[in-house]
Design a protein around this ligand. Structure first.
Ligand code: HEM
Length: 385
């Protein structure tokens, strides 16, 4: 793969913006969001991929079209294109450990600090009616609220939130944005041949990771381990480093087999049952990479835990609660999660994350516009009156 080395060497400082040519879709797209120049942190090993400029908007355009098409087909309600089926959106607490080494005590990981949080558990499939017993990648999206400090996104600088998006598999199935564009175009094409051949651009390695993600079954969304798959910066200045995240149940669970003859929505029922009986506890873990050979541009490769151990930085408590109400479902459907809802100290790294910057903002805007709902980040865990 050809990298834009020459280009990158002109943008070495992390504060430098690297202007890229706009894609042809910039002008025509109805769903285009304000796109700042793509920034890269070459000190942490980021580089721009050949043909990356415009990939985010191209992917966003393909997904936006699919969101509109599905909304029309389902009576006008626009849903998330990915992860539309939630098992529950629950109130939680994120307690940072009382003591952390300086290299980990950065960004939101202020020793002893506690944040209220929303957690949305979901299936990855774009079909919100797909029964839970079918294999799928499952999501755990965390939104810490009451987080001070200017955030990365220009139009949400004052937001009080920090999001962490995790899936129940350690690696992502693509590294090259151009292949991701091809995948999305084929997936969202109305030509059945295009859809049938969608995974070809992923190659054997990507297709095999995708298959492993999609064949996963689980008993209860709150008993599984989740990973960020993609890397993030931790910290600023001299102490900054590249890390990945993971959330792991505090205690190993004995039975993770799905039920026999299950309800199509058994994961929601399992979560309701667990949270009617008691609290759920998770460890939030950070995996610093030992050196630059752990590539931030290739999220298809797992960072070996032997060489790059995870360290606990916080405890997540989901207290016993009733969460499954129509008002809370509606509220959470209207939330927007993106890894770019972030302090600069947790800036997402790598091409997959750079593509996501445009995609999540665009799709969130499209679905809120179609549903005529206001967009905005929460400041606490209260449902609006
Ligand atoms: C280029 C790569 C990716 C693209 C284009 C993409 C796209 C999307 C889109 C369009 C949504 C719906 C957003 C909305 O409607 O507001 C979504 C949701 C989500 N994505 Fe991704 N995604 C990518 C990679 C990942 C990765 C690597 C992870 C984590 C390991 C992830 C985790 C999630 C989760 C958990 C949600 C659901 C958030 C919620 O509960 O609202 N995605 N993604």
């Amino acid at each position: 793969m050809k990298r834009l080395h020459l280009f990158v060497t002109t943008c070495t400082a992390l504060t430098l913006s690297c202007k890229t040519g706009g894609s042809k879709s910039d002008a025509k797209s109805q769903s285009a969001v304000d796109q700042p120049a793509i920034e890269i942190d070459s000190e942490l090993g980021e580089f721009l991929w050949d043909g990356e400029a415009g990939a985010g908007q191209d992917v966003a355009d393909a997904i936006a079209e699919s969101v509109r098409r599905r909304a029309t087909a389902s009576g006008g309600v626009a849903r998330r294109d990915a992860h539309p089926k939630a098992h529950g959106c629950v109130r939680a607490r994120f307690d940072v450990l009382p003591e952390l080494p300086p290299a980990l005590a950065q960004g939101v990981f202020v020793p002893g600090k506690s944040y209220p949080a929303w957690i949305r558990f979901s299936n990855g499939s774009s079909d919100p009616k797909k029964p839970d017993i079918d294999g799928d990648g499952r999501g755990m999206a965390l939104k810490l609220v009451d987080v001070p400090g200017a955030k990365i996104l220009e139009d949400e600088r004052q937001a009080q939130t920090q999001d962490f998006l995790l899936i129940n598999y350690p690696v992502f199935f693509n590294k090259d944005p151009r292949d991701y564009v091809k995948l999305m175009r084929r997936l969202n094409s109305t030509n059945p041949l295009g859809v049938a051949s969608a995974i070809i651009p992923l190659g054997i390695d990507g297709a095999s990771i995708l298959a492993k993600i999609l064949f996963q079954k689980m008993a209860n969304p709150a008993q599984e381990r989740y990973w960020s798959e993609t890397p993030y910066r931790l910290g600023n200045g001299q102490l900054k480093q590249a890390v990945k995240f993971s959330a792991r149940p505090c205690q190993a669970v004995d039975n993770t087999q799905p039920p026999k003859n299950p309800d199509p929505d058994y994961m929601r029922l399992a979560l309701v049952d667990s949270l009617s009986k008691g609290d759920i506890c998770y460890e939030f873990l950070v995996q610093p990479r030992p050196d630059q050979s752990f590539d931030v541009e290739n999220s298809m490769i797992e960072w070996s835990e032997k060489e790059a151990p995870f360290y606990k930085v916080a405890t997540i408590t989901i207290p016993k609660q009733v969460f499954d109400t129509p008002a809370q479902r509606d509220y959470c459907d209207n939330l927007s999660f993106t890894p770019w809802h972030s302090l600069p100290e947790h800036r997402p790294l790598g091409a997959a994350n750079r593509v996501r910057r445009v995609v999540y903002q665009t799709i969130s805007k499209v679905r809120h516009d179609l549903n005529r709902q206001p967009r905005g980040e929460p400041v606490n865990l209260n449902l609006p009156k």
